[in-house]
Design a protein around this ligand. Structure first.
Ligand code: ATP
Ligand code: MG
Length: 366
């Protein structure tokens, strides 16, 4: 290797179902893009989910979480399958993913929703609304009403059963997710929309106050605020108005799913989950798709694009990230489509062939 070469350790967690198929392709693409930009990777593959249950009896082995923590970034496939569906709660594959996110302390979840010109017709929205959509939802992932205490189901003074949850956000939790969002907006088109319900919820009042205060440190980012009900409406009315959206755990859960349906193609959507200083976790938003596993039918692009996010948001390797994204566009421009994004007139290919096409295109720019 030449003296200027940078090296990173990547943990690969293929997981279950189509996970191993798409991760092995993304690994090759990552390696190729890196080698063209003076970046070298050493990969370590570890079991998680059902694969780990079969191997050692737990969904997240000690060796897997320690390897993940020691590495520079983690690339995950998907987790779960019919075989383990009836396992008791702590022996479900999905438990491994929850433990991994907790272990890595990834509090910021980034989910882009991009309508590529080649796939406008896959969108659930009308062409003129969908065309050119390119937004990013930054969701707080480790706090808020999903974790707040007190919570529970109890009998009240009238003898009635009541269920209750509490939304709690500390100033530091708001600040750190807001910083990720401002930084993200800065790498994109410089627009940030903070979504809350400050007209009704106290945690939202603090949220708006902290985000507004932080804006002074990011004069190059244009900040706006929106109530969540309006944001849900605006996302389908005119999604092009958004660049980066930052919001809390529960609103982000809902809005990021809504945003993903704008693109209409689950096999295309990547995600990143970031922590303060440790490695980030990068994974496609789709699941393990057991119905098509092992049949060479899976779309590998969501995982390939997750590898691009790994380079950009996990390692700061923007050039290599861009190479991968451009390579995906080249393969689509040539008409290659997996079944989930196929329309008449295109070339229907399997997972491997799509991967080969992207790999070939990594060194031939758009
Ligand atoms: P999970 O609970 O793991 O999120 P899910 O029930 O939400 O799983 P997915 O595994 O995401 O479901 O699959 C939903 C549907 O989308 C399935 O029919 C699956 O085959 C299809 N699908 C998911 N990912 C892909 C992909 N990468 N390529 C092609 N089809 C996919
Ligand atoms: Mg799902």
């Amino acid at each position: 290797a030449s003296p200027g070469t940078k090296r990173y350790n990547i943990t690969l967690l293929p997981g279950d179902g189509i996970g191993p198929e798409v991760v092995s392709i993304a690994k090759n693409v990552l390696q190729q893009a890196g080698s063209l930009e003076g970046v070298e990777f050493s990969f370590r593959e570890m079991p998680i989910g059902g694969a780990a249950l079969d191997l050692v009896g737990v969904p997240l082995p000690e060796e897997t979480i320690s390897a993940a923590k020691e590495s520079d970034a983690v690339l995950l496939g998907a987790i779960g399958g019919y075989k383990w569906d009836n396992n008791e709660k702590h022996l479900r594959p999905e438990k491994g993913l929850l433990q991994l996110r907790a272990g890595l302390k990834v509090f910021a979840n980034l989910r882009p929703a991009t309508v590529l010109p080649q796939l406008v017709d896959a969108s659930t929205l009308k062409r003129e609304v969908a065309e050119g959509v390119d937004l990013m939802v930054v969701r707080e992932l480790t706090g808020g009403i999903y974790f707040g205490e007190p919570r529970g189901i109890k009998i009240n003074e009238n003898g009635e059963e009541v269920g209750f949850n509490t939304e709690v956000y500390g100033a530091h939790e708001i600040d750190r997710i807001a910083r990720v969002a401002f930084e993200t907006a800065r790498k994109r088109r410089g627009k940030l929309c903070s979504v809350d319900k400050a007209n009704v919820l106290e945690a939202s009042v603090l949220w708006r106050k902290r985000v507004t205060a932080l804006a002074a440190e990011y004069p190059d980012v244009e900040l706006s605020h929106m109530y969540v009900d309006n944001a849900a409406m605006q996302l389908v009315r005119d999604p092009k108005q958004f660049d980066t959206i930052v919001t809390n755990n529960i609103f982000g859960d809902i809005l990021s799913d809504e945003a993903s349906m704008i693109t209409g193609s689950i096999g295309m959507l990547p995600s990143a989950s970031l922590s303060d200083s440790g490695p980030g976790l990068f994974e496609p938003i789709h699941g393990s798709a057991p119905d098509i596993a092992g049949q060479d039918k899976a779309n590998p692009l969501a995982t390939i694009l997750s590898a691009a996010m790994l380079l950009r948001y996990g390692l700061g390797e923007e050039k290599a990230a861009k190479r991968i994204e451009d390579a995906v566009l080249v393969a689509l421009n040539k008409g290659f489509r997996t079944g989930d994004i196929y329309s008449a007139g295109n070339k229907l290919v399997g997972c491997k062939e799509m991967g080969e096409e992207v790999l070939k295109s990594v060194d031939s720019q758009v």
